[in-house]
Design a protein around this ligand. Sequence first.
Ligand SMILES: NC(=O)c1ccc[n+]([C@@H]2O[C@H](COP(=O)([O-])OP(=O)(O)OC[C@H]3O[C@@H](n4cnc5c(N)ncnc54)[C@H](O)[C@@H]3O)[C@@H](O)[C@H]2O)c1
Length: 347
Amino acid sequence: MTTIRCVLVGCGMVADEYARTLRRSRTVDLVACADIDHGRAAAFADRHAIPEAVPLERLEADLVIVLTPPTHHLEIGSAVVRSGMPVYLEKPLALSSREAEALLTLADQHGVLVGAAPDTFLAPPAQAAADAITHGLIGQPVAATAALLSPGPERWHPAPEPIYALGPLLDMGPYYLSTLIYLLGPIAAVHGAAAACRPIRAKASGALFTATAPTHVDAVLQTTTGISITMTSSFDVQATMRPHLEIYGTDGTLILPDPNFHTGAVRLRRRDEDTWHTLPQPPPALDVIGRSMGVLDIAQALRTGHPTHATGDLALHVLHVAEAIRQAAATGARCAVRPASTLMSSR
Ligand SMILES: NC(=O)c1ccc[n+]([C@@H]2O[C@H](COP(=O)([O-])OP(=O)(O)OC[C@H]3O[C@@H](n4cnc5c(N)ncnc54)[C@H](O)[C@@H]3O)[C@@H](O)[C@H]2O)c1
């Protein structure tokens, strides 16, 4: 089968992870890279043995991977789909659902695929949880909890301002929301509460900056089938023992690892059992495990015509849910979420 030739745009922090994973894949070939800072693209090409660093106006490939900050996703993604090339973008898909819809509509008009991060639900832990639910190991799912609790990314990111413009709900929340939606189905309505507990924060360098989005968000989400999910996303928690994700069913409970990563144990305890069991995990459906599995998912679809899973439609639904949570927090009222596309992939 032919290899999918990819060009990567945005040679920053996460791009190194992509390049390392993609180099191990036989599905794709990283043939070029580009960055608004051409020197950075040239150094990236050298570092990862990519044949060339190209100007942004000369993107040409079977698939374009966009790893710039989300402020540029609409502009770059639109140019790519106008040229008739499929595109895969990092999370969040865009700064708002309105921008994401504009991109997906344009892609539809040009008949090209849009894929989007997060892709961690394609990895063995979430797939093991999906198998457990499908085979009835926890009975009927009735509720779940999600906890994204951290002291904030200024500990490790030298320029955290863009992350604080999104806040934990839009920056890291997509990992939790995508996994929950993949496992339990689309969200119909939400309640929310939000706060900005420490809006003035210090970087590792000591320089101060302002968090412009809420830094602590609590939400209650209801799926279209009536499953109730409580989710906290916070950059204001110094320490916690709360699990990242738990799913409760009529016959048992599943504990999942941090959905920001592609590895970790999934544990099950069924009714009447007094110990937790670690579930066996299925072999990956894609040829490598790690950040960029979503790229391989769309590349596989381009090769075979099979449906993709880390889709633009799923990423748009995640944005609709996050915006509904913010609106619910601002108004104090329950907010309905725009129905997910019928094209949104399900398990
Ligand atoms: N850093 C992480 O650990 C991480 C993890 C997962 C996902 N992400 C996501 O990946 C994306 C990028 O994050 P990052 O941390 O790698 O950012 P970064 O700031 O380290 O890198 C972004 C790169 O994009 C380039 N760029 C900016 N505007 C551009 C434009 N208009 N055209 C071409 N290149 C442009 C910059 O020069 C830079 O090299 C974001 O959407 C983020 O949410 C980041």
